[in-house]
Design a protein. Structure first.
Length: 136
């Protein structure tokens, strides 16, 4: 579904349009549309006088979703720090916690030192704007 919404024309698609294009059942489609919207990949809107909901890829969806995932690493670092404090360094469980902590610390360091994401100049196209967009 995500692949279809990245390449479809027009960029806004109803659930029926998506279902027909990818051959998915409406039930699984509804669940996935909710999930992808809550993750920040999709936005939706209705058109004046219509009840049909149209979905499209959110502007900068990939950057937004990845940034949220990176922010989650900080939470895991806090959890592993608390875990080490809780079990103590000599406990046999500490080795597993240290391994997780080292991994999350390594990832955080890489992301902290990464160059900034360069914006896509194609996003400056006014045709990409949705003035009456409603997101959930």
């Amino acid at each position: 579904m995500l692949g279809w919404l990245m390449v479809c024309d027009p960029p806004e698609q109803s659930a029926a349009d998506i279902s027909q294009a990818i051959g998915a059942s409406r039930a699984s489609l509804t669940s996935n549309l909710r999930l992808l919207t809550s993750m920040g990949f999709l936005t939706w809107r209705t058109r004046p006088g219509e009840r049909t909901v149209f979905y499209r890829m959110a502007d900068d969806a990939w950057a937004v979703v990845v940034r949220r995932q990176i922010a989650g690493i900080t939470s895991f670092l806090d959890i592993t720090r608390d875990g080490l404090d809780l079990v103590g360094p000599g406990d046999s469980r500490a080795a597993r916690i240290r391994q997780a902590h080292a991994t999350f610390e390594w990832m955080a360091t890489i992301f902290d030192n990464a160059p900034p994401l360069r914006p896509d100049p194609a996003n400056d196209d006014p045709a990409n704007d949705l003035d009456d967009e409603v997101t959930s």
